[in-house]
Design a binder for this molecule. Structure first.
Ligand code: SAH
Length: 349
């Protein structure tokens, strides 16, 4: 017996109780999407930086090791990764750290059983958590999150002739999902400075991402440590929808097949930095991925790997270009660095 499609579940729910919020639609869609399968890699739906090249995870590990050493090698360091995918970044980062005498306990925050199995193959000693709350607090936290925040549920507000409303999802006569404005006035949810806007203006927020930053920053203050959040997004506030869906390396309609395509939205790094700083964490900066990787020495790392394996030189140089090129991931993707208040500044910011 095949499982009922999520689209049918949503249609029944909407028929019974009315339109659902976009946050519920995106949250349940991605929960379903990630539960059962491995969406990563060239055979899957999308490919991420650590899957493009080992250099990405190694340089992230190196960045953390450098900070830990300059912080005086505090005891019981904890490597924490949010949404580790196939575990590739964790494996590469932990290998690089070990070369500098850093061998932290590994704590992976993951919601998908299918991906947990792959992560355990890559990092057999890993401990698993459903969220940050159960990760130990008795040592400095060295945290990495690559393409994690963009997968969390998004909420959108729209300016209507009657004021701000939440964007809800309804179904039309043929069962297709369509946006409608909610009935509840939402003006109070919009910061005063942005409240006056033309009809049709959309404000997108990600309450789940803000909650993650709130908790992670609180831990950096309490436990010490450093964090890297890498994602595609913008570092100044914007209006408009950035919601998109990707399946088999192509953009698709986010409403077409909920649970079968990856739904993402650009990360609002300015908002994330505000949350982190409001908790007392040190914000090192938010910089383009290409510039950050170059500052960490990706050019010489690529040369060293190519000298070691000349038959892979072309592939290595192509991978480096993909990670750093302006028209590729180099500018669209951003790296945000945070540390505890007493920790040193990190390379590349
Ligand atoms: N960081 C990996 C994978 C990115 S895909 C890489 O760069 O390759 C997003 C990851 O976040 C997946 O591992 C997915 O299962 C996980 N994820 C998404 N939403 C989550 C949630 N609410 N709680 C825990 N993990 C989540």
């Amino acid at each position: 017996m095949s499982e009922r499609s999520l689209a049918d579940t949503f249609r029944r729910l909407i028929a019974a109780t009315g339109p659902i919020s976009l946050a519920q639609f995106t949250g349940e869609s991605n929960a379903r999407y990630y539960t059962a399968k491995d969406p990563l890699g060239s055979e899957g739906d999308f490919i991420t930086a650590p899957e493009i090249s080992q250099m990405f995870g190694e340089l992230a590990g190196l960045w953390l090791a450098d900070l830990w050493i300059r912080a005086g090698k505090p005891e019981r360091p904890l490597y924490v990764e949010l949404g580790p995918g196939r575990g590739t970044l964790a494996r590469d980062a932990l290998r690089a750290m070990k070369r500098y005498g850093l061998e932290p306990e590994a704590h992976l925050v993951e919601g998908s059983d299918a991906l947990k199995r792959l992560q355990l193959d890559a990092v057999p000693q890993a401990h698993f958590h459903a969220d940050l709350s159960s990760v130990p607090m008795d040592g400095p936290m060295l945290l990495v999150a690559n393409e994690f925040l963009d997968a969390l549920p998004v909420r959108q507000l729209v300016m209507t002739p009657d004021g701000w409303r939440e964007r809800m999802v309804a179904a039309d006569g043929t069962g297709r999902f369509v946006f409608v404005a909610g009935r509840q006035p939402m003006d109070a949810a919009v910061p005063e400075a942005r409240r006056a806007a033309e009809a049709g203006t959309i404000l997108e927020t990600c309450p789940g991402a803000a909650a993650v930053l709130f908790e992670a920053a609180g831990r950096l203050v309490e436990q010490g440590g450093a964090a890297l959040f890498v994602d595609y997004g913008h570092d100044a506030p914007r209006t408009g929808s950035t919601l998109q869906a990707v399946a088999r390396h192509r953009k698709v309609d986010p409403f077409a097949a909920p649970g079968e395509a990856d739904l993402t939205a650009h990360v609002d790094f300015a908002a994330m930095a505000d949350v982190a700083q409001s908790r007392g964490a040190k914000w090192l900066g938010t910089v383009p991925q290409g510039a950050w990787l170059r500052a960490l020495g990706i050019d010489s790392r690529a040369e060293a790997l190519a000298d070691f394996a000349p038959q892979h030189r072309d592939a290595l140089m192509r991978a480096k270009e993909r990670l750093t090129g302006d028209g590729q991931m180099g500018l669209l993707f951003k790296v945000m660095g945070l540390t505890g208040p007493e920790w040193p500044d990190g390379v590349g910011f």
